[in-house]
Design a protein around this ligand. Structure first.
Ligand code: GLN
Length: 533
């Protein structure tokens, strides 16, 4: 029988529930268990794909093309279990499918209600993940939102039913709360007590508490929390503020023996724990010397979560290149106004990330031209590759109006244009070119040198592409077409000639980067930036 761990949060949001759930996954994997992670998102969007990054941060993409919440990115960076469409459950999906079944007459005349129909749909989706692979031992389900939110209630109710049906030794509740510090440095447990009361009102008694606190809580404090919450004193843990890296969290939890308590509660025999990969991440972290300054020229600069996987991938690359990557966030709209890009681009490398819409595009083109002319390493991702092609059209081929048809439908030189398969697409949700597909790298290119392999698989999320009608002019003027789809029909990578390292890719390598294995392209980009210092 599979085991289930439901991770919920209380008091307030942004306590690091995703990192806590992922770290639990990492700890259980370190003890040889096969773990699958699931995120339940209470919003009504069917998936995160139609949301602005300002709403919930970046849209994470899986191999099978699901556009999910950024927490799946955390799971992918901390754990090994497969992630697909099934691992991201939203209220929108649940209602969409229940309403479709109702229209098909599948409920045989019954009145369709939140309980049991919505909750049954949630349960069946969670159970489906547990059955997908024969060797799954534990499914960790993170419930989005904060206990007490109206939207989360059906998910907590589904969790309550699964815990009740499977029995306490097969399904447990881990609840994350906040221990605030008030004037005088005193730590307060009252919000945690109230949060557990809210959980109890839903019918769930948390088995384990993880309290976000400035420092590791002492024994008397843990006892006090235990007394008020019906949780065993040895099941009250601290998630302290960490000033190094989130990848230390599995080690911090392991020191407190969180994994042993989880195994005991789930009746799993204790087995050897191998924390070497996480110890090695911390060793690399401490070994770093010096800094490289990477300018990220994008449009969602105020919100760190908007480029979450990208920043993490740069951090991973720094671990492998023994250097600290300093993120210099440059708002591309600001670059548009200046005649002196060097003043804003005091950096060793420029990265133009993915994005949508017209705002700030000319600032990005300015940044690409600056990096090209000044021989500064450049990595363009998706939109960032389009920007390279637009710059080449405008500034090398001297087509002043060269553009992507995403931004200018009337350009006489549409060097980036809509993918043919997109021409008749009218709906926005889930209709881009999405998910993993194969790319074939050309000989003598940076991309081939980075991956060390001709055939690679990376994930896509776009509607526009390098326009094939310009292949000849682009190539004869020197731009390198460095990788293609296997049938040769789409350009997947362009590179600058006579330049130390200027690479633009149509895919998103950041989604597959891990602290234990950085994305090859990010690694080589940071390496080139290090050399450029
Ligand atoms: N907006 C561009 C497109 O749709 C780029 C997308 C992206 O950067 N992910 O093709």
């Amino acid at each position: 029988m599979n085991k289930f761990i439901f991770v919920s949060g209380g008091v307030c949001s942004s306590l690091g529930k995703g990192v806590a759930a992922s770290s639990i996954g990492a700890l259980l994997e370190s003890r040889g268990l096969n773990v699958r992670m699931v995120k339940c998102d209470p919003y009504i969007n069917v998936d995160a794909g139609t949301m602005s990054p300002y709403q919930h941060g970046e849209v994470y993409v899986t191999d099978d093309g699901a556009e999910t919440d950024l927490d799946l990115g955390n799971y992918a960076r901390f754990t090994k279990g497969r992630l697909s469409k099934a691992n991201s459950i939203t209220t929108g999906q649940v209602y969409e499918s229940v309403i479709r079944k109702e229209r098909e007459g599948q409920y045989l005349g019954r009145c369709v209600q939140v309980i049991p129909h919505i909750t049954d749909e949630i349960k069946s989706r969670i159970l489906a993940v547990s059955k997908e692979d024969n060797d799954t031992d534990v499914v960790i389900i993170e419930i989005g939102g904060t206990v007490g939110d109206i939207e989360s209630i059906p998910f907590l109710e589904a969790a309550r039913q699964i815990i009740h049906e499977c029995g306490k030794s097969n399904a447990i509740s881990v609840h994350l709360t906040l221990i605030p510090e008030v004037a005088g440095g005193e730590l307060k447990t009252k919000p945690t007590q109230h949060s557990v009361k809210s959980m109890q009102e839903t019918g769930i008694q948390p088995d384990i508490l993880i309290c976000r606190s400035p420092v590791i809580m002492d024994e008397p404090m843990r006892r006090k929390i235990a007394l008020f919450t019906n949780v065993d004193p040895d099941a009250v843990f601290t998630s302290p503020n960490i000033d190094t890296t989130i990848y230390k969290v599995p080690l911090v939890f392991s020191e407190q023996q969180l994994d042993l308590v989880i195994l005991r509660k789930l009746g799993v025999e204790s087995r050897h724990s191998d924390m070497k990969p996480w110890l090695s991440v911390m060793k690399h972290f401490e070994k770093r010397t010096g800094k490289v300054r990477i300018g990220i020229v994008g449009k969602y600069m105020e919100l760190h979560d908007a480029y979450k996987s990208l920043y993490e991938a740069l951090f991973h690359a720094g671990l492998e290149c023994d250097v600290e990557v300093e993120l210099i966030k440059v708002d591309s709209a600001g670059l548009e106004e200046t005649d002196n890009p060097s003043s804003l681009l005091d950096v060793d490398g420029v990265l133009v990330p993915g994005g949508f819409g017209q705002r700030g595009i000319n600032g990005m083109v300015k940044a690409a031209a600056w990096a090209r002319e000044n021989k500064v390493p450049y990595l363009g991702i998706c939109l960032g590759m389009h920007i390279m092609v637009i710059d080449w059209g405008r500034n090398v081929l001297n087509w002043a109006d060269a553009d992507s048809t995403e931004f200018n439908q009337d350009s006489k030189h549409p060097v980036v244009s809509l993918l043919e398969e997109q021409i008749n697409v009218t709906n926005y949700g889930g209709t881009m070119r999405l998910g993993a597909s194969e790319t074939v790298n050309e000989n003598g290119t940076h991309i081939l040198a980075a991956y060390g392999e001709k055939h690679i698989s990376e994930r896509h999320r776009h509607r526009y592409e390098f326009s094939n009608q310009y292949r000849n002019e682009m190539v004869s003027s020197g731009l390198k077409l460095a990788a293609f789809t296997p049938d040769g029909s789409l350009v997947e990578c362009v590179e600058w000639p006579d330049h130390p390292w200027g690479v633009g890719v149509q895919f998103h390598p950041e989604f597959k980067s891990k602290p234990t294995a950085a994305s090859p392209l990010f690694r080589e980009f940071v390496n080139a930036a290090k050399k450029n210092k």
